[in-house]
Design a protein around this ligand. Structure first.
Ligand code: NDP
Length: 250
């Protein structure tokens, strides 16, 4: 008997990085995992790896910023019996100085990182409340605690997600819903590929090159471990926030 046997976990942004690693980890603990993201082929590859390892995975491709698509996904998941664990992980990081007024990118960051989280919450929260329990994991960032130049809108969304997490944690007491906000530092994933503004992309790439085998940043699996730990605590325990940084990060 594994700790998450009989549970269904919906993971957004499961086609790569932290989401893919979390899906594999929760599936290894017995959960049936539902994988969402836009790249259907990548989701299928993650699902295939999970199944080869003996886990159960479904693929539910969608853009979390498309409200109607997320609503349809919620209805589909309800028809299957609902979601026990939601991992709101999908995110983009279009960084640039505010003075460059890249308004289209600002809107996209808000749409994916903040509104996407809300849409997914809307899709599962009533069902969790009706069934008397569930666990919502929101992946924010250390950028939910401190700001960085060129990260204004990204930080605004992550501060926002953290605020939502703490509000829902309080409201969740009556609903039986537990809430965990995960705040990673630097993790080696594809996320820097979402920086389109050249000077910041080059600066982030140069900073990444400073890390080596002795000064490694986190692997996606390190964050997946933290998420798995949070969702497998005894029912009376709510792990509200986890901050997880590379040892070498201030
Ligand atoms: P990745 O780029 O590897 O993963 C991001 C995931 O989000 C992908 O699976 C991507 O899938 C998905 N995604 C992006 N936009 C959408 C969308 N509109 N709809 C659905 N899915 C979407 O990076 P990470 O694993 O690092 O990022 C995961 C989370 O961790 C993000 O929220 C990020 O902000 C956060 N984080 C990351 C840190 C890091 O250093 N890497 C540090 C702190 C927080 P697809 O392209 O297929 O849609």
């Amino acid at each position: 008997m594994s700790e998450l046997d009989g549970r269904r976990a919906w993971i957004t942004g499961a086609s790569s990085g932290i989401g893919a690693a979390t899906a594999a980890r929760l599936a290894a603990l017995g959960a049936e995992v539902v994988l969402s993201g836009r790249r259907a082929e990548r989701l299928a590859a993650v699902a295939a790896q999970i199944e080869v390892a003996g886990g159960r995975a479904r693929v539910l491709p969608l853009d979390v910023a498309e409200r109607a698509a997320v609503e349809r996904a919620g209805a589909e998941l309800d028809a299957l019996g609902g979601v026990d664990v939601l991992v709101n992980n999908a995110g983009v990081m279009h960084l640039s100085p505010l003075v460059k007024v890249r308004v289209d990118e600002w809107e996209r960051v808000v749409d994916v990182n903040l509104k996407g989280v809300l849409y997914c919450l809307a899709a599962v929260l009533p069902g969790m409340a009706a069934r008397g329990g569930g666990h919502v994991v929101n992946v924010s960032s250390v950028a939910a605690q401190v700001t960085f130049p060129s990260s204004g809108v990204y930080c605004a969304t992550k501060f926002g997600v953290r605020a939502l997490s703490d509000t829902l944690r309080k409201e969740g007491i009556r609903l039986g819903v537990r809430v965990t906000d995960i705040q990673p530092g630097a993790v080696a994933t594809e996320l820097p590929d979402t920086i389109h503004y050249g000077p910041v992309r080059a600066a982030v790439s140069a900073a990444g090159a400073l890390y080596g085998p002795d000064t490694a940043i986190l692997a996606a699996e390190d964050v997946a471990d933290a998420i798995a730990w949070a969702v497998t605590r005894p029912a009376h325990v709510n792990v509200g926030e986890i901050v997880i940084r590379p040892r070498v990060q201030e």
